[in-house]
Design a binder for this molecule. Structure first.
Ligand SMILES: *Cc1c(COP(=O)(O)O)cnc(C)c1O
Length: 371
């Protein structure tokens, strides 16, 4: 599914030098690499503040903590996402309110958000699933009209650009009040372990985020609020500083691979190639097909028999997970997400795909549909 050894091999000298330098310098916690990386990422994203932290899940948790929400406050998010998005809400005593997604782009459906809003709704967490933005312009307008916070889950979409109807452009994560990302190795900008970051344009929120990620302290041993311990490791920051200048090239490689898949797969009845949100670039964290007519698992097995990995992101929507089950969500509550869980199949997608590898994958899929 990914080829990190291949990706790192191309920049091995730079990575080795950066890691060795950081290892010898000895400032393993909050070393200068962390600060430099935060500045460089802020420049790349054109955002005022980047606060690194330990992983993408912590980023989401700290973001929600910084908004000053109370137990019982409701946060609306998509039922079709990775568990982390909603898990942190429940951990904080907030109530995740799950809603269905658009069947084409898999992102939060604003009509569903509208229907789910209530007196306790305080925030919305759109997920830029698979690498393209949710409908941020409408969502931000809606949030503003209802005085709601927006926390963007950008774990899969770092570097994607959103274009507003007036032509203004912004990187995902810099549009809502706080953006949260992950540097998990297989993400589009991955380190060699865990890592994450929060972004915001708001200086007050930035101070809160920084404080909460550091045991609620601004001054050492003076704890103003309840926080946690969530730091990006210096060695991981060193890796990320080497890789960040390559992010645009990584995105381009993924987009080219996606276009190659599109061209080879567009012609089959019962196979839906990824729809694009016209307002967003797609950075293709995943290239995800919809395999209709109940054929998904058979196609997956056919690929596996030919030595080709494929993955189901995600086999169940959150409202069908025991941990999130509620009378609020009977079976059939969210038909789009439930159908997607039956149909989605993600093909290998990474920066090291070649036409030869993709031709083999395409031929294998062709034989499936021709037999
Ligand atoms: C990966 C991911 C996360 C969590 O990031 P970690 O760094 O693994 O904690 C959250 N949301 C989404 C959508 C993700 O894909």
């Amino acid at each position: 599914m990914v080829d990190l050894a291949g990706q790192h091999g191309r920049i091995q000298g730079e990575l080795d030098a950066a890691l060795l330098y950081a290892a010898k310098a000895g400032a393993y916690i909050q070393g200068p690499e962390v600060k430099s990386f935060a500045t460089e990422l802020a420049d790349y994203l054109e955002v005022a503040h980047v606060i690194p932290c330990a992983n993408g899940t912590d980023a989401l948790q700290i973001a929600l903590m910084a908004l000053g929400l109370k137990p019982g406050d409701e946060v609306i998010t998509a039922t079709f996402t990775y568990v982390a998005t909603a898990e942190v809400m429940a951990l904080l005593g907030l109530t995740p309110v799950l809603v269905d997604v658009r069947p084409d782009t898999f992102s939060l459906d604003l009509e569903q958000v509208r229907a789910a809003i209530g007196p306790n709704t305080k925030a919305i967490v759109p997920v830029h699933l698979y690498g393209q933005a949710a409908d941020m312009e409408d969502l931000m307008q809606f949030a503003q009209d209802h005085s709601l916070f927006v926390v963007e889950d950008c774990a899969q979409a770092i570097g994607a650009t959103y274009t507003f109807s007036d032509g203004r452009q912004a990187k995902v994560g810099t549009i809502g009040h706080i953006g949260c990302t992950s540097f998990f190795p297989s993400k589009n900008l991955g380190c060699m372990g865990d890592g994450g970051a929060m972004y915001t344009q708001d200086a007050t929120l930035a101070e809160q985020l920084r404080m909460i990620a550091n045991h609620g302290q601004k001054v050492k041993y003076r704890h103003d609020v309840i926080g946690c311990n969530s730091r990006l490791d210096t060695l991981q920051a060193a890796v990320l500083r080497v890789k960040l200048p390559h992010l645009d090239a990584y995105i381009q490689a993924r987009q080219e691979a996606a276009a190659y898949y599109d061209a080879g797969l567009g012609q089959f009845e019962g196979l839906v190639i990824p729809a694009r949100n016209p307002a967003s670039t797609h950075v293709f964290h995943q290239y995800t097909l919809q395999v209709k007519n109940g054929q998904r698992d058979a196609l997956k097995a056919h690929l596996e028999a030919a030595g080709i990995p494929s993955m189901i992101y995600y086999p169940w929507p959150l409202h069908e997970q025991p941990a999130f089950a509620s009378d609020r969500y009977p079976k059939g509550a969210f038909p789009a997400a439930e159908q997607l869980c039956q149909d989605v199949l993600s093909l290998p997608m990474h920066t090291e795909l070649t036409p030869a590898i993709q031709d083999y994958i395409l031929q294998t899929i062709h034989t499936f549909f021709q037999s």
